[in-house]
Design a binder for this molecule. Sequence first.
Ligand SMILES: *Cc1c(COP(=O)(O)O)cnc(C)c1O
Length: 391
Amino acid sequence: MSELLYLDHNATTPIAPEVREAMMPWLENDFGNPSSVYSLGRRAAAAIEKAREQVALLVGAKTDEIVFNSCGTEATNTAIHAALAIDPDKRHIITSTVEHSATVKLCEHLATRGYEITWLPVNKEGLLDPTALEEAITSETALVTLLWANNETGVLFPLEEISAITARKKVPLHLDAVQAAGKVPINLEELGVQYASLSAHKLYAPKGVGALYVNRRARFTPLLRGSQESGKRGGTQNIASIVAFGKASELARNHLLSGAERIAGLRDRFELSLLSMVGGVRRNGTDEPRLPNTCNLTFSGIEAETALLLFDKEGLCCSAGSACSSGSINPSHVLTAMGVTREEARSSLRFSFGRTTTDAEIDRALEIIPRIVAKLRTLQPAGGSPVRMNT
Ligand SMILES: *Cc1c(COP(=O)(O)O)cnc(C)c1O
């Protein structure tokens, strides 16, 4: 088995050693229920409050605005349900054509239940036109729900302009900040969003823990009713993972500026090298504004799913489209929304770098990728459709 070359940090990240260390006591002797009154329980409650401060600091929130839950998907579902439950007469939601599946699937479901969904388009660069948002808002609009950073292309939506519009029109705004958190500086308070989704496993903490930011002035109603999290999210808290999320947020905050610059340097070298070394390569999504760690490329004439299998034999992990849709051969909805043809979308690969990515790893990737792309292209009959191999 080849040494692992993990270039898929937008799918998930490894648990940082400091994070693992911070969570271990809560899996061992400190197993108390944070709602219990004896000291074992009170210690757990205090650990959760410390984590809440750490997460709040990362995103520019007040501690009581952070509601811990099970994942980013739960946060998004909760925010959308809350907006609809608060104003049952408003049956219109505005989102975009390039959202994460958590948003897409729920909005598609709501459409079958009589809700009206506006899917705002993006241009070839993956950018959204704020005036289209302004025009889409009506007196029926219950919520605007948008990504900040796109998980497939890294493209950043113009959040300042978007939130200025929703504030002026007095429509609540939910932000999917899962990919942005820890990669770009965030101040939710200044941005003026009402709700935001966060997930720990995209920032070097374990899977299965996330948070919903609920602005103090925003109206809210829970999805899971119970006494925990001030009644905003029932269910005994996953303390070890929440502590991990807190520690990971603190690390992310420390790494934010210097780390992001270093990762952008690696990403740019990788991207520019492939664009110049390999023919028939094109970048998907604008260069700026974009997450510093993400690179999405189309290698014309190859089948991305087959490339993934050949890369895997050399230990290289990256993704074709979004992680959530891998295994299916449907082309990425994000790329097709940007006007990329279905065939080109099936020839596209996402590489996402992380804190542990090294220069040597970039060198190794730059040796493997051109070699495998060349191999796949020789398998393709000229002018024919890409070959799918049974590997
Ligand atoms: C990963 C991701 C989610 C979902 O988070 P989970 O914790 O895996 O449910 C939502 N939005 C974006 C942009 C993501 O990348």
